[in-house]
Design a protein around this ligand. Structure first.
Ligand code: NAD
Length: 295
């Protein structure tokens, strides 16, 4: 239990529904470890109450707030500034109350997307330099968009995005256009039903990511990949799913002899640690957090 005093500063989490969230556990553990007199609390906020909630960051001199659904694509309207990757993604998950030269919060709010940063920091922490790599990415939803945009900005050379022809497909075409117009990365949108093309691109790729909900409940018994022959043993294989810790896709990759296989836990951890650093300026001991959170 943190020692809350008259000096304790507040970070929010604004989403609906929100009561199932793990975020305050992670944040409060980190603030405690870093010796910061800061707590995070979760607030039920939907699109109707978002403007007033964001104004409360200014009025209460909060350090900022994490933002989750349904507010990620709306909150930019109420901010002074938006980071480039968040602007290109069209989604914000972290709002920072910027500080002046004396370290005092200014009430000028800046939005970031730390999901993509978190994914790529997790890769970097594994000792992998992803600059110049070719990537195959399945998915065009929130997680996939954040990973694609941040990867393209930070040096992924080629991005082959695949998705089923559902309501997300057109969004994928927009992401590809955004990436090709704003970064050095060459992005292409493909139909996930074209399995020959998927296999060909996976054979050519350095890194693969499944950023769909396939592999987690209620789709925990299936994979987007038909069989292990799609994987080359030296392919870096990642899944954004973290429950279960090993998806059907990850088991297939293991069967194919892949040794660099990572689930979504590090993305989840690092998106939080990056947000915490944006709020307090302090980095957190990663090994301590992994041990305490059982990662
Ligand atoms: P979303 O709803 O925005 O996007 C869902 C994506 O999955 C779309 O591309 C959709 O076309 C695809 N999809 C849905 N059903 C499918 C099916 N049956 N077959 C193939 N594709 C299908 O969701 P999101 O927020 O982008 O989340 C996607 C996944 O990433 C989820 O598993 C989520 O838990 C995970 N995620 C993890 C982290 C993390 O920190 N590790 C963060 C965000 C999301």
């Amino acid at each position: 239990m943190p020692n809350i005093t008259g000096h304790t500063e507040l970070v929010g989490l604004m989403a609906y529904p929100i009561r199932h969230t793990q975020s305050p556990t992670t944040h409060n553990l980190a603030y405690d470890k870093n010796g910061d007199d800061v707590i995070q609390l979760a607030f039920e906020v939907d699109n109707d109450s978002l403007e007033a909630a964001v104004n409360s960051i200014r009025a209460l001199k909060m350090l900022g707030s994490n933002i989750s659904m349904p507010n990620k694509t709306v909150v930019h309207k109420y901010l002074e500034e938006v980071d480039e990757a968040a602007r290109l993604c069209g989604a914000i998950n972290t709002v920072v109350n910027t500080r002046d030269e004396n370290g005092q919060v200014t009430g000028k709010l800046k939005g970031y997307n730390t999901d993509g940063m978190g994914y790529w920091q997790g890769i970097t922490e594994e000792g992998i330099d992803f600059k110049g790599m070719k990537m195959v990415l399945i998915g065009t939803g929130g997680a996939a968009t954040a990973i694609a945009v941040r990867g393209a900005l930070d040096g992924i050379a080629e991005l082959q995005i695949f998705n089923i022809r559902d309501k997300f497909y057109a969004r994928g075409e927009e992401i590809v256009e955004t990436i090709n117009n704003n970064t050095e990365c060459k992005a292409t949108m493909n139909d996930l039903a074209d399995l020959d093309l998927l296999k060909e691109k996976m054979q050519e790729a350095d890194i693969f990511c499944d950023a769909t909900g396939v592999g987690m409940h209620p789709l925990e018994d299936i994979s987007n990949i038909p069989d292990p022959s799609f994987f080359r043993p030296d392919l870096i294989v990642t899944d954004t799913v973290y429950a279960p810790r090993e998806t059907v896709m990850m088991k297939q990759a293991k069967e194919a002899g892949c040794t660099k296989i990572y689930n979504g836990m590090s993305m989840m951890l690092f998106q939080a640690l990056i947000a915490i650093e944006l709020y307090t300026g302090k980095s957190t001991d990663v090994e301590y957090m992994k041990e305490k959170l059982g990662i």
